[in-house]
Design a binder for this molecule. Structure first.
Ligand code: FE
Length: 203
């Protein structure tokens, strides 16, 4: 009978560790480099960054204008930039237009603001179907778009990465950016979801 403390690590973990050790021994990477990369992806790249951008846009009309005008520069104002975020375009959702983002060719995704893409984003089914039948795909995500709202699908290319600026939930007047950011979900910034709604109206 196996026990969690005596069970050996899975083969993939052993293989990764062996490769890391070899790369360090051969002087190809510095000791700790892999840990730093993992830390980067776990704690510094991720949808919380995008949520801060969205919350700032909701709170500051001038920032929002800059964000829609030049996404890359405005996102850099908050300190987010780099690989897979060199050319950012922000798409504003409104009561009449809903944007959803895909990469039909592969899995292009704005790493600095959203981190690594979820597996469904990379799936052949999502990539092909969201273009041909976006409303059906969105409804499978639990998102029913009313008929009078236009759905626009944006296909990432080898240059542009998109970030959806979701609609600000009602009942959040006067909320500060930190509280607002907590309502912003990853999927709301891809367009396959909406923000969380506040459980209670703050006074
Ligand atoms: Fe791609």
């Amino acid at each position: 009978m196996s026990h969690p403390f005596t069970e050996p690590p899975p083969p993939s973990a052993l293989r990764a560790k062996a490769i890391e050790t070899l790369l360090v021994e051969k002087g190809i990477i510095a000791p700790g480099a892999v840990d730093e990369l993992v830390d980067l992806f776990e704690h510094h790249l991720g949808p919380r960054n995008g949520a801060k951008v969205v919350a700032r846009a909701w709170s500051d009309p001038d920032y929002k204008a800059r964000l829609l005008e030049n996404g890359t520069e405005a996102i850099l104002e908050l300190g987010f930039s780099g690989f897979q975020g060199e050319y950012m375009v922000v798409l504003e959702n409104t009561p009449t237009v809903h944007h959803v983002v895909v990469c039909t060719l592969c899995s292009c995704y704005p790493w600095p603001v959203l981190g690594l893409p979820p597996s469904w984003y990379k799936s052949a089914a999502y990539r092909s179907r969201v273009v041909s039948e976006p409303r059906a795909v969105l409804s499978e995500f639990g998102l029913v778009i009313p008929d009078d709202v236009e759905v626009r699908v944006y296909d990432s290319n080898n240059e542009i990465r998109y970030l959806v600026l979701p609609q600000r939930p009602a009942g959040t007047d006067g909320w500060d950016e930190t509280a607002l950011a907590e309502l912003v979900t990853r999927d709301s910034m891809i367009g396959t979801g909406v923000c969380k709604f506040p459980p209670v109206t703050r006074r």
